[in-house]
Ligand binder design. Structure first.
Ligand code: PEP
Ligand code: MN
Length: 335
């Protein structure tokens, strides 16, 4: 359920409505927009007497949200959400590029990559310190040491850090360094993890599970918003299909589908989406052409020596070429 009010509504009137909602054992969520103020309501909304709410002071409209997901839906918020990360923004009129290696491997490795990306104008740096690997014998990440190196990158180059959180107990330590916490494909339906990151005050990058539908992804995002964290960025990273010529099938259909259903920004990961570096540039450009709000791309200084995902990592030179094309394409797409 959604209550629409005028932007100039007095604080007192908003609080009266919120208190009334709480009396019904529901949760009110204030959603400020450019033209209207909306209060989204979650919980057992079927018990609410609509007429009673409609008659309250400053209420313009009461709308029943028909979708299973509420807070993430366009019905709840018409305008695109724009997520702020340091001086960068994801969503709205921006095309934002997050780049970096799959994993933090050593201080030298991430300093070299981050320094060269920064020179190109990249401000959002990705690298995993806690890696969710399919095999328990594969490199699992440098963990705390990796976080420490990421913190040093942040201080040295002033870049914002995007890094994965795999479990609830590492949320506090990762939050000390990360500007964006990434929930990986394997954890998209780890509901206790989603609820916990919903309680923190940092942007969350939520990747689509490899066997998840768009609706599943939106329902997972709903878990985070329902806890009060509205700063969620969705990510299409490919799904499992019968096709074996690529690592995953990058479902670019999901971009316009999500744009219609949700106000949250959606970015694309062409690296995991394809699995091969030579497919990354064409699919990056396609992603931007179909309306994605940005990309997350794996870049490595020595892909052949990478401890994870080398085959899909771009060299810095290849990334630079791609980034030049992205900058040329951006004004055509966004105008
Ligand atoms: C990653 O970003 O390195 C990663 C593990 O991605 P995904 O969760 O999409 O597989
Ligand atoms: Mn990876």
């Amino acid at each position: 359920m959604l209550i629409i009010m005028n932007l100039n509504t007095q604080r007192n009137d908003i609080d009266n409505i919120k208190n009334k909602i709480i009396e019904y054992d529901c949760t009110p969520h204030e959603i400020p927009g450019e033209r209207k103020l909306a209060i989204g309501i979650t919980g057992p909304t079927n018990l609410i007497h609509e007429e009673e709410i409609r008659k309250m002071k400053s209420v313009e409209e009461v709308i029943r949200v028909t979708k299973k997901y509420k807070l993430v839906s366009r019905e709840m918020k018409e305008e695109d959400s724009v997520i702020k990360i340091g001086d960068s923004k994801i969503g709205g009129n921006n095309i934002s590029i997050i780049a970096g290696p799959c994993s933090v491997e050593s201080k030298d490795q991430i300093f070299d990559i981050a320094g060269r990306l920064k020179e190109m104008g990249i401000n959002l740096f990705r690298a995993g310190a806690y890696k969710p690997r399919t095999s328990p014998y594969s490199f699992q990440g440098l963990k705390e040491k990796g976080l420490q190196y990421l913190d040093e990158v942040k201080k040295e180059f002033g870049m914002s850090i995007v890094t994965e959180v795999k479990d609830t107990h590492t949320i506090p330590i990762i939050s000390e360094v990360a500007d964006v916490l990434q929930i990986g494909a394997r954890n998209m339906q780890n509901y206790s993890l989603l609820e916990e990151v919903g309680k923190i005050n940092k942007p969350i990058l939520l990747k689509r599970g490899m066997a998840a539908t768009v609706e599943d992804l939106l329902m997972s995002a709903e878990y985070i918003l329902a806890q009060g964290n509205y700063n969620v960025i969705l990510c299409e990273r490919g799904i499992r299909t019968f096709e074996t010529s690529t690592r995953n099938t990058l479902d670019l259909n999901s971009v316009p589908v999500i744009k219609k259903l949700s106000h949250l920004p959606i970015i694309v990961d062409p690296s995991h989406g394809t699995g091969y570096w030579d497919k990354v540039a064409p699919m990056s450009l396609a992603a931007i052409a179909c309306g994605a709000d940005g990309l997350i791309v794996e870049v490595h200084n020595h892909p052949d020596k990478a401890l994870s995902d080398g085959a899909q990592s771009l060299t810095l030179e290849r990334f630079k070429k791609l980034y030049t094309k992205i900058k040329e394409l951006t004004p055509i797409i966004k105008n």
